[in-house]
Design a protein around this ligand. Structure first.
Ligand SMILES: [Zn+2]
Length: 121
C-alpha cells in the first residue's frame, strides 16, 4: 500500500518516463560520438591521435555505463510503481520522504539510510 497521494505518483511516473526518454536519447548520442564505433569521427581527427581515440572511447564507456545505470534505476522505479512498492526504503522498509522522491524519483533509500553507510551484503 502506498502512502503517497495518487497525484504524486502520477507526477513522479511522468517525470520518470520523461527521464527515461532523455537517457535513451543521450545513450544514442554517446554511441555516435564514440570514435571507435564511428569511423568517420576517427578519420577526421588528427594523425597520431590513437591515444585521443582511446581516451575518448574510455570516457564514452564510462558515460554509457552511467546512463545505463540511470536507465536501470528508472526501470526499477517504474516497476515498483506498477507493483505498488514504490517509495519504500530498500534498507529499513520505511517510506522514503516525498520531497526526496520529487528531487530524485529513483531514490531507493530514505534520507537517514542514505546518510549512514549501508551494511554491505
Ligand atoms: Zn531507510
Amino acid at each position: 500500500m502506498l502512502n503517497f497521494p495518487k497525484k504524486t505518483i502520477i507526477f513522479l511516473k511522468k517525470h520518470l518516463l520523461k527521464q527515461e526518454k532523455e537517457v535513451e536519447k543521450q545513450l544514442k548520442g554517446v554511441k555516435e560520438d564514440d570514435p571507435v564505433i564511428s569511423p568517420a569521427l576517427a578519420e577526421s581527427s588528427e594523425p597520431g591521435t590513437d591515444s585521443y581515440i582511446a581516451d575518448s572511447h574510455t570516457k564514452t564507456l564510462v558515460l554509457e555505463k552511467q546512463l545505463k545505470d540511470a536507465k536501470t534505476g528508472i526501470g526499477v522505479a517504474l516497476a515498483k510503481i506498477k507493483s505498488g512498492t514504490y517509495g519504500k526504503c530498500e534498507n529499513c522498509s520505511k517510506y522514503i520522504e516525498v520531497g526526496r522522491l520529487m528531487i530524485m524519483p529513483t531514490a531507493q533509500y530514505c534520507i537517514s539510510c542514505s546518510q549512514k553507510p549501508l551494511k554491505r551484503r
